[in-house]
Design a protein around this ligand. Structure first.
Ligand code: ACO
Length: 309
C-alpha cells in the first residue's frame, strides 16, 4: 500500500541509491524535479542567445568555430535535460509552452546583455564556472536520469569554462584596450554570477526539502562560497580585479569574505523585469513559431510511415 511505497522510497534515499522513472515516488518529489529540470533545460536553451549574439562578429575563424561549437553544446544540454524531464511524465511541447508564456523560469543570468566580445570569455569563465560549481553535485542527485545527464553536461561545461579562460588569457596579454574590455565585462558579470546560485539560504524556500530528498546536495550559500573561493585566484592570475572592495581572505574561516549581492536585483530579474527578459522570451517565441512547419512536417511524416512521434 501507499505507506509501504513511501517507506521503500525513503529507504532508497537514505541508502543514497537512485530513484528511477518506473519507481514509485511522492508527487511532491516528482513536481520538484520537473520544476528544477525544466528550469535548467530552459536555461540552456535561452542561454544560447547572449553568446549567439557574437557568432557573426567573432574576431577570427578560429574564435567563430569555438563559439559555434559551444552554443551548439548548449542546445544539446537543453535536449538531454528535456529528455530527463520527460521520464517524469511531462511533455517537451508542454514545457516549451510554459517557457514561452512565462509560466516557467530560467536562470536570471541570461537576462543580461552581452555588450562586448570580452563577454564571451567572461561568460565562459564566470557563468560556466558558476554553473559547474552548482552542477557537479547534481551528478549525485537522487533521480537517476537527471544525475546521468549531468555527468556529460559537466564534462562539456568544464571545457566551456576553459575556453572562456583561454580567451581571457589571450586578451589580458594583448593591448591595454583589450585588458580594459575584460575588466569592464568582469565588473558587469560578477554580481549576476553570484546571483545564479539563488537567494540566500534564509530566503530559499526549496533548499531544505530538496536536500532532504538528495536532489540538492549543498545549500545556495555553500555553493556561492565555493565559487568565490575558486574564482579569486583565477582573477589574480588574469590580473583582473573583482568589483568588491570587501573581498578578502578570512584565515579564521578558511574562506574569502565577500559582500552581499543586491538581492532586490535578483528578485526583479526573476520576476521578469531584468534588462533582457522581454527580448529573450520574444526571440524564443519567434523561433518556436518559425519552427512550426518543421514540427508539422515531422508529425505528418511519422503518421504516414506509421511511426510514433
Ligand atoms: N534564476 C532564476 N530563478 C531562480 C534563481 C536564478 N538564479 N535562483 C533561484 N531561482 C528561483 C527558484 O527556481 C525558485 O522558484 P520556483 O520555486 O518558482 O521554482 C525560487 O527562485 C526560490 O529559490 P530556491 O528555493 O533557492 O530554489 P531551488 O531550490 O530550486 O534552487 C537553484 C535554485 C540553485 C538554481 C536550483 O534550482 C538548481 O540548482 N538548478 C539546477 C541548475 C540550473 O538550473 N542552472 C541553470 C543555469 S546554469 C546554465 O545553464 C549554464
Amino acid at each position: 500500500d501507499e505507506q509501504d511505497l513511501q517507506q521503500g522510497f525513503e529507504d532508497v534515499i537514505a541508502a543514497d541509491q537512485r530513484i528511477e522513472p518506473r519507481d514509485w515516488m511522492p508527487e511532491a518529489y516528482r513536481k520538484t524535479l520537473v520544476r528544477q529540470i525544466a528550469q535548467h533545460a530552459h536555461s540552456e536553451i535561452i542561454g544560447m542567445q547572449p553568446e549567439g549574439n557574437w557568432i557573426l562578429r567573432a574576431p577570427s575563424l578560429r574564435r567563430k568555430a569555438i563559439l559555434l561549437a559551444k552554443v551548439q553544446d548548449e542546445a544539446g544540454h537543453g535536449m538531454y535535460l528535456y529528455a530527463a524531464a520527460e521520464t517524469l511524465g511531462v511533455d517537451r511541447e508542454e514545457l516549451t509552452e510554459k517557457l514561452i508564456s512565462g509560466r516557467q523560469k530560467y536562470s536570471s543570468i541570461f537576462n543580461y546583455p552581452t555588450l562586448s566580445y570580452a563577454d564571451v570569455g567572461v561568460i565562459g569563465w564566470l557563468v560556466d564556472g558558476a554553473a559547474i560549481c552548482n552542477q557537479v553535485p547534481l551528478c549525485r542527485c537522487s533521480y537517476g536520469p537527471y544525475a546521468r545527464a549531468m555527468i556529460r553536461i559537466c564534462k562539456e561545461e568544464s571545457f566551456h569554462q576553459r575556453q572562456g579562460y583561454e580567451l581571457l588569457l589571450a586578451m589580458v596579454n594583448g593591448t591595454d584596450a583589450q585588458r580594459e574590455m575584460v575588466q569592464e565585462s568582469t565588473n558587469r558579470f560578477w554580481w549576476p554570477s553570484l546571483m545564479m546560485f539563488g537567494p540566500p539560504d534564509a530566503d530559499s524556500p526549496n533548499t531544505s526539502q530538496s536536500m532532504g530528498w538528495g536532489i540538492k546536495r549543498h545549500t545556495n550559500d555553500e555553493l556561492r562560497q565555493r565559487f568565490v573561493d575558486m574564482t579569486v585566484p583565477q582573477a589574480e592570475a588574469l590580473g583582473i580585479t573583482l568589483p568588491d572592495p570587501d573581498l578578502r581572505w578570512n584565515a579564521e574561516r578558511g574562506h574569502y569574505d565577500f559582500s552581499e549581492p543586491d538581492w532586490s536585483e535578483l528578485k526583479a530579474v526573476i520576476s521578469g523585469s531584468g534588462p533582457c527578459n522581454a527580448q529573450r522570451l520574444a526571440h524564443r517565441r519567434r523561433a518556436h513559431e518559425d519552427g512550426a512547419w518543421v514540427r508539422d512536417a515531422a508529425a505528418a511524416y511519422a503518421a504516414k510511415h506509421g511511426g510514433s512521434r
